[in-house]
Design a protein around this ligand. Structure first.
Ligand SMILES: [Cu+2]
Length: 116
C-alpha cells in the first residue's frame, strides 16, 4: 500500500500559519506589515503567492513537495536547492517588490515578496 505520512511537523507549521492568519485578521487595518511571512511550496506552487513584510523582516519558504525547488529572484539571488521538508529564509532590508520564480520549474511557479 502507498500510504502517505503526515509528519507532525507539517501539522505544527500549518497550525502556526493558521494562528498567524487569525491574528492578522483580528488586527486593525492600519497595522504595519509583519516582520515575518511563511510561504509553503506544495504541488509546484508558492502559497501564498504574494506576501507583505516590513523592511528588515524575513520570509521563509518550506518545501512540501517530493521534488526540490529553488527560489530565484528576478533582482538577483538564489536559494540553495530546497529538498522536501527543507526550508530557506531570506531577510529583506530595502522596501520594494521582489518577484521570484522557481529556477528549476520556471515561471509556472512564481511569487512576490512586497517589502513595505
Ligand atoms: Cu520548482
Amino acid at each position: 500500500m502507498n500510504e502517505r505520512r503526515h509528519p507532525s511537523r507539517a501539522l505544527a507549521l500549518t497550525l502556526m500559519a493558521m494562528t498567524a492568519c487569525a491574528t492578522m485578521h483580528a488586527a486593525p487595518a492600519t497595522a504595519a506589515a509583519p516582520d515575518h511571512a511563511d510561504v509553503r511550496i506544495a504541488n509546484y506552487q508558492f502559497s501564498p503567492q504574494t506576501v507583505h513584510i516590513a523592511a528588515g523582516g524575513s520570509v521563509s519558504w518550506t518545501n512540501g513537495d517530493k521534488r526540490a525547488h529553488v527560489v530565484h529572484f528576478d533582482n538577483g539571488g538564489d536559494s540553495p536547492s530546497i529538498a522536501q521538508g527543507g526550508s530557506y529564509q531570506r531577510r529583506f532590508e530595502k522596501p520594494g517588490e521582489y518577484p521570484y520564480v522557481c529556477a528549476i520549474h520556471g515561471a509556472s511557479m512564481q511569487g512576490v515578496v512586497v517589502v513595505e
